[in-house]
Structure formats: C-alpha cells, structure tokens
Design a protein around this ligand. Structure first.
Ligand code: GTQ
Ligand code: FE2
Length: 357
C-alpha cells in the first residue's frame, strides 16, 4: 500500500516537472541527490602535495613564466581535483615565485589574502602605504580591498605561500578587482605603522580600540615561534600538541575575518587524538616530519609539503621522528563561526585513534 502510494507520488513529481520548469519552479525529483545529508558530504578531496614534486615545478615557473604587468602574479596554485577550482571550497593556496629585481604591481580586491614566507627573504610587501620586509617564517596580511604590491631585490628566486578566500568570495558573488594606476604605491613616512602600534601584541595605544578589523599587518617569525616555545611549557593539547592562533591584538579574535592561521609544534613522540570539524584546512610543513591520519588513511609528510583536509574528515597527528615538527595551518573557522556553521567532534573509543587502512 505504502509502496503503491510512493509510486503514484513519483509519477506526479515527474509529471509536474515540465509545467513547473516553464515558470522557473520545481519540486524535488526522485533522482535528485538529497539536499540535506546527515553530515557534511563534500566533493572536496583530501590532497597531499609533496615538496619533492613542487620544488622542480617552482624552479621551472621562475625560468619559464614572465611576470606580466597589470597586477598579475607568478603563482603555482594548489588545485583540488574534487572541485572546479580552489585548494578547498573556501580558499585558494598558491606558491608565488618572485625573481630578483621584480615588482608584482599594485592592485586591490575583495578577497582577503595573506603571505607566509617559505624560502628566502628581502622582498617587501606594501599594504595601503605601509611597507613590510618579508623574511622566512613571517606572516604578512593584505585584508580585503587593501592596496598591495610586492618588490624583491635578492640574488636567488624567493617563494612564499599566498592564501586568498577566493572560493568563498566567488560563492558569495562579491568579486571586485582593481589594478593600481602605478606599478607601486607611495610609501608612508612611517612605513611600518601597524607594527609600531600593535606589534608587541601586549601593549597598544591607549584609548578606544580601532573598530572594523585587525589593524596589525605583520606577524614576524621570531614573535610567533617564541610564543609557541612559551606554550610548550603547558600541558599538551590532546588534538594538536602545541598550537597557537595568530590573533587580532585589539580584540583577541582571529587575525583575519574569514581565514584562521595557526602555528603548531608536534613534538617528537607525539600521537594526538582524532577530531573532525566543519570547514576545511591546509597544513604546510615548515620543518620536521611526521604523519597525519585522515579518514583512516595515513599521509607521511616532511618539510615543504602541504596537506588539505576536507570538511568533517577525522584527523590525528603523529611524530615518530627524533625531532620536533613545525606546521603552519590555515583554516576557514573564522568564516564558519561567524555564520554559526562551525561544529567539531572528538573521536571516542579506541583511545581516540582511528583504525588505519
Ligand atoms: O600577491 O596579490 O596568489 O592578488 C593570487 C592573487 C597572489 C597577490 C595570489 C593575488 C596575489
Ligand atoms: Fe593581490
């Protein structure tokens, strides 16, 4: 009886389809995939990029690709094969190659962006008139709609990680891009104002705090790694061992409105518990080696590698080597939290560890 009824309903739905389509309406069809899955069902794939594959390609990009004017960049994009574009469904990570004497011209866009310097130093990024030197391990922010250009005067090619929330921005249909009239913007009389005002992280200008986002544009390596060493004196985090977030010094929130950046030490001998959460993330191995188990599959990584995690994937970390490993992480937790879509869950049973395939 119930079966017969559902067949009648199926036929009714198919019969309605064309009439409804004519006036831009539809009802759920029997072969439509469900809109409401019980848990996130992402087309994004977990992907591991190995430095041994990336390094020769970056070298080739530097030798074979020109840096065109008009605010273009020379970048190797980390592409997720499960998606039309993007490293994850919210952001794009690329490795930018800049050669001695080059200028990556001034422009601005709605996408929020940051740079984490992978190798070399001596370039500068100018952000709304403030010029910041870029050295290995430094983080430099170029928030939404800030003018930015890069310049480099070194001896060998320099590379850094660029992350932009392009996929999120595009899904929100909010793309704007404007090339600057000149290759470079003028630099202010005080070239590093945000660092001088807020760079200590603990002391700041008295009086009311600025509103409307993070005023600090640079997080140098020595500050970040020093903070991490201090945190290593605390009890280990069961999921992350030692982890700190880059924060907005004026309100303690995430350093960027959509993207979350963290620095993490996995000490020798660490085996963390597994957890899953909504949103995607990307790890970059700054130094050391170890493994991450993602949905029962083990990925062995070493310095220079990248690992992108799809939403709601179980993940836990191991460091069976004799020395500590340092990971830089980017996630979309600030965007997810702001929308009320952030959820996480620890794995219970089996000591909080996954079965490995
Ligand atoms: O350096 O401004 O990887 O605008 C992609 C877009 C870098 C940049 C990228 C960009 C930039
Ligand atoms: Fe840009």
């Amino acid at each position: 009886m119930a079966e017969q009824q559902s067949m009648v309903d199926e036929a009714a739905r198919r019969a309605l389809k064309e009439d409804l389509a004519r006036v831009h309406c539809r009802v759920q069809q029997p072969d439509d995939p469900p809109l409401f899955t019980r848990a996130p069902d992402s087309a994004m794939q977990t992907v591991h990029w190995k430095w041994t594959d990336l390094e020769p390609l970056l070298d080739r990009l530097g030798r074979q690709l020109a840096l065109e004017p008009g605010g273009n960049r020379r970048t190797l994009r980390l592409h997720n094969p499960g998606l039309a574009y993007g490293t994850t469904h919210t952001f794009w990570a690329s490795i930018q190659v800049i050669l001695p004497g080059e200028i990556a011209g001034n422009h601005r866009h709605t996408a929020n962006a940051f740079r984490f310097v992978m190798k070399g130093g001596g370039a500068t990024t100018t952000v709304n008139g403030e010029r910041y030197p870029m050295h290995e391990g430094d983080l430099v922010l170029t928030p939404s709609m800030t003018w930015h250009d890069h310049e480099y005067h070194g001896d060998t090619p320099m590379i850094w990680l660029d992350v932009l929330d392009i996929s999120l921005m595009r899904s929100m249909h909010a793309t704007f891009f404007e090339p600057g009239k000149e290759m470079q913007q003028p630099v202010d009389a005080i070239p590093d104002r945000s660092w001088r005002q807020y760079g200590s992280g603990l002391m700041g200008p008295p009086g009311p705090q600025p509103r409307g986002g993070n005023p600090l544009l640079v997080y140098p390596r020595a500050m970040a790694e020093g903070a991490l060493q201090q945190a290593a004196g605390l009890p280990a985090d069961p999921f992350d061992d030692v982890v700190l977030e880059y924060r907005n010094p004026t309100d303690g929130g995430a350093a960027m409105s959509t993207l979350g950046m963290r620095l993490q030490t996995l000490r020798a001998g660490t085996h963390t518990r597994a957890r899953r959460h909504t949103g995607s993330k990307l790890y970059h191995v700054v130094r050391g080696e170890g493994s991450t188990i993602v949905d029962g599959q083990r990925y062995d990584w070493s310095a220079g590698d990248f690992l992108a995690l799809k939403p709601w994937a179980w993940h836990e970390h191991l460091n069976t080597s004799a020395s500590d490993a340092l990971l830089f992480q980017v996630n979309d937790i600030p965007a997810m939290s702001a929308l009320g879509y952030y959820f996480e869950e620890p794995l219970t049973g089996n000591g909080g560890h996954q079965q490995v395939a």
